[in-house]
Design a protein around this ligand. Sequence first.
Ligand code: HEM
Length: 538
Amino acid sequence: NRGNRANRDSKDAALDAFRVPAGEGAVTTDQGVRVDDTDNSLHVGERGPTLLEDFHLREKLTRFDHERIPERVVHARGAGAYGYFEPYESLAEYTCADFLQDPGRRTPVFVRFSTVQGPRGSADTVRDVRGFATKFYTRHGNYDLVGNNMPVFFIQDAVKFPDFVHAVKPEPPNEIPTGASAHDTFWDFCSLQPESTHMLMWVMSDRAIPRSFRMMQGFGVHTFRLVNAEGRGTFVKFHWKPRLGVCSQVWDEAQLTAGRDPDFHRRDLWEAIEAGAYPEWELGLQLIPEEDEFAFPFDLLDPTKLVPEELVPVRPVGRMVLNRNPENFFAETEQIAFHTANVVPGIDFTNDPLLQGRNFSYLDTQLIRLGGPNFSQLPVNRPIAEVRNNQRDGYGQQLIHPGPSYAPNSVGGCPAAMGGGRLPEGVFEHYQERVDGRAVRRRSPSFADHYSQAALFWHSMAAWEQEHITAAFAFELGKVGEQAVRQRMVDNLVHVDPALAAEVARRIGVAEPAPDQGQDQGREQAPQQESGLRASPA
Ligand code: HEM
């Protein structure tokens, strides 16, 4: 396709070794044996039984029988594309990350956009969070920024993720419903988990029904850490801003589109790239000096909170362009494996308890989804950086490792670690954070405020945006069978805004919460028209 031919880069060149030449000629078996006939099986006489001896028939059917692999446990439906990232300026002051050093130097990327809840065959334009995952093929190894199109998340601790996803997914007895999040289990869980309130405001807003992947923001959600060559850390929040602006569908339009063209978003991305209208995003950073860790009225480690842009402006640092469609959906978009723990020198983690659990979960799930430990050798996952280590064997091994595979050894031929003294450029060393404490299973009290930023979001909306949110709550909760769940949810909303709670209560026929129920819950702190919080461009 046009995009592929015009925009080659180092990742594309590396894929050449794996491309099957399009061609005619004789069909062969997997062993390279040319086959005389692939339309008729080998049988006795013209009408007799088929012979087990027909290895071509057996191989063809076996390979077909094994074509499917498990879909992702979440984010099963997606679409992706290749492109590049280039920084505007050197960020060496904050980070030694290779791809953020030289203005204009391009680093190849692959981005996969996704819905979270539905299966692989579900519709694109449902009300849902969208994944926005970027793999940077840097010279110092692959860096994955595995984000969403909303800046916060439903839960604060990874140990709750299986509960949350079980509540979001279709109900076990009948797998109904799919698509929108309108069902009892989801609202039951959220109404019992006030920490989800801020995220619910975003999910009920127009952000959850984007017009196009090309018109979505992306967020790293967690606070991460940049580390410079001297080892100094700076907290960072990652933002992607679409050049085309943030645009959404209205609810009726989204429903109509889901019926008329369930592939609406993936078609839009594909066709834009084929037509040369390459989608573009600006990378922005909120940089927070380590001394300011406790300077905010919320905890930087709490993934249900954002850092208001009024407090820390977003600094534009580079741009990303997607300019090549994949050639094979399965090989590339389905087999790509993102992982929050794929970091490179210059980028490190924080102790956000959601991030810490994610750093385990992605590799763990990919071991089963992609059939064993060698999926990093799949073409789309291979770094352009050199890979040398003593990891060996396993299902699907593609490489031939010579010589010994242990260290230390005295016979040579084995890669060695770089430890000791000052490390050369491009070597990853974990950030030397000082931590001290007892092992406790307890949430930090600094994570306790679940409503202030939900209220901040609500009060930053224009009247028509507030109406869309109210209508979405009423529509979704109106589908919940259990009156007690509807009531509990409305009782939570009163802490965001009593007027919102009262209006939703009226529309779905439950009791209006007492007007004084939501007082002193942070409403007063909410400034109007927060620029970083708007659901649509002004
Ligand atoms: C995909 C786990 C929270 C963004 C996945 C997958 C798992 C997972 C198992 C499937 C990966 C695969 O099969 O390759 C978790 C856990 C979380 C969590 C345990 C919390 C404890 C989040 C958050 C975000 C996020 C907060 C956004 C910041 C994504 C994205 C994908 C994904 C974008 C799709 C990646 C792709 O396109 O292949 N997650 N997730 N997840 N997750 Fe999470």
